[in-house]
Design a protein around this ligand. Structure first.
Ligand code: HEM
Length: 392
């Protein structure tokens, strides 16, 4: 029965799709359904949404591989269709041929951010490949799984509402199907919207306050770290995303006492203050020593190793927890989707990760298991499509 029911479901879904695409019972294109307008993030703009935007509770990263037949013209068609979907859905309007238009009524700060892998750029114009757009160099402690790495097209979809997220992902995936196959999908979470005052730094699954030292969105500092000045030219106003899937061993972390856990990072667990201060935002004093003359913040601690003397080696971090649930008896499959945005990943991310790979107390409990680099083009205006600068 299960098989038969699944079969009928599948045929039914195709039938409905076909009917809608043929124009039967189709809601007016882009109709604004009667739902709430609460929580709309602008789609059009100089930069794509989803980077400087306050982080939503949920984010799913989807990577697609282009079909061999998807050439420059098809890539443009695909981007036009996906841009149109994203522009409508993020504004709580149903997408073209939306089979469940009511599900578009709540956007809950829905954002869709597009990224390009090297193969997509090459197929459009190989001369325009940014020098930094390739897989990262291998780090000695990497344990990368190809199934959660790389990809030609990235869609980063964020929302505060799981239903809105699910519907948007389905619409985008359906429209991408003609041009590409899904390579991987990775979902992460933070606290539910409203459960904490706005602006509270998130906690990761080790219980640490994570994200304190970060350029402030909207500031000049942020612009300098994140937005590309046009290297290459079509990337002006864009950025890059390095996504690292980092497994965290919660079972062995459990065995460490609080003092050990706090010295591994250099910050307290209670409020994330540096061990040389009392409040989360206090300046870190790496020179301070204890009565025995040892540094209060250990030289091998995560924050000491992650702080570069070279201020251009900085990134904008926006992590999401993942947790695939406990398994019987063994370690669970949990960790951090570490999303890092910067104008140039080779100049900014790589030296940082190299230092952490060389030495970081946290390495005892973490392992990098996935990696991908994408060029995130600038935003577009109404009537345009994301990535159009690459085609000009
Ligand atoms: C700071 C956790 C991976 C770069 C921190 C802090 C925590 C933390 C708790 C202190 C609070 C804060 O400022 O956010 C983790 C965990 C990781 C991880 C659990 C892996 C599962 C990474 C990676 C990078 C990185 C891969 C970069 C390649 C940084 C930077 C800081 C930081 C730049 C700020 C350091 C400063 O004070 O200047 N991290 N982190 N982290 N982390 Fe990580």
């Amino acid at each position: 029965l299960g098989g038969a029911a699944a079969g009928i479901g599948a045929v039914g879904a195709v039938g409905i799709d076909a009917a809608i695409r043929a124009g039967e019972e189709q809601p007016a294109e882009g109709a604004k359904t009667s739902g709430s307008e609460w929580g709309l993030e602008p789609f059009y703009g100089v930069h794509q949404a989803g980077i400087a935007t306050p982080p939503p509770a949920l984010t799913t990263f989807l990577a697609f591989d282009l079909l061999p037949t998807t050439d420059r013209g098809a890539i443009e068609r695909m981007l036009r269709i996906l841009t149109d979907d994203a522009a409508k859905l993020t504004q709580a309007r149903s997408a073209l041929a939306d089979s469940e238009p009511e599900l578009a009524e709540v956007a809950a700060h829905l954002t869709v951010t597009f990224g390009f892998g090297p193969e997509l750029v090459r197929r459009v114009n190989a001369n325009r490949l940014p020098a930094w757009l390739s897989p990262l160099p291998a780090f000695s402690k990497d344990a990368l799984n190809n199934a959660t790495s790389h990809g030609d097209l990235l869609l980063q979809v964020g929302s505060d509402d799981p239903l809105s997220l699910s519907h948007c992902i389905r619409m985008l995936s359906k429209d991408a199907r003609t041009f590409a196959t899904l390579r991987w999908s990775q979902s992460g979470f933070r606290n539910a919207k409203g459960s904490q005052p706005q602006g509270t730094t998130m906690r990761n699954l080790f219980g640490q306050v994570d994200g304190t030292v970060n350029p402030a969105p909207g500031s000049e500092d942020f612009a300098g770290v994140v937005w590309s000045g046009g290297e290459p030219e079509w990337m002006a106003g864009g950025t890059s995303l390095v996504l690292r899937r980092i497994a965290m061993n919660l079972d062995t972390w459990d065995m460490v006492d609080r003092v050990g856990r706090e010295s591994a990072v250099g910050r307290t667990l209670s409020n994330g203050a540096p061990l040389t201060g009392s409040e989360e935002q206090d300046e870190t004093d790496f020179q301070a020593t204890n009565t025995l003359g040892f540094p209060v913040i250990a030289t091998e601690s995560h924050i000491r190793r992650a702080r570069s003397e070279n201020t251009s080696e900085r990134i904008f971090r926006r992590g999401y927890n993942y947790d695939d649930g406990p398994t019987t008896g063994a370690d669970g499959n949990a960790g951090l989707l570490f999303a890092s945005y910067q104008a140039d990943p080779v100049a900014q991310f790589v030296p940082l990760q190299q230092r952490l790979d060389d030495l970081d107390m946290l390495n005892e409990w973490i392992s990098h298991v996935g990696s991908a680099v994408f060029a995130i083009p600038a935003g577009c205006a109404e009537g345009g499509f994301v990535g159009e600068q690459l085609f000009q």
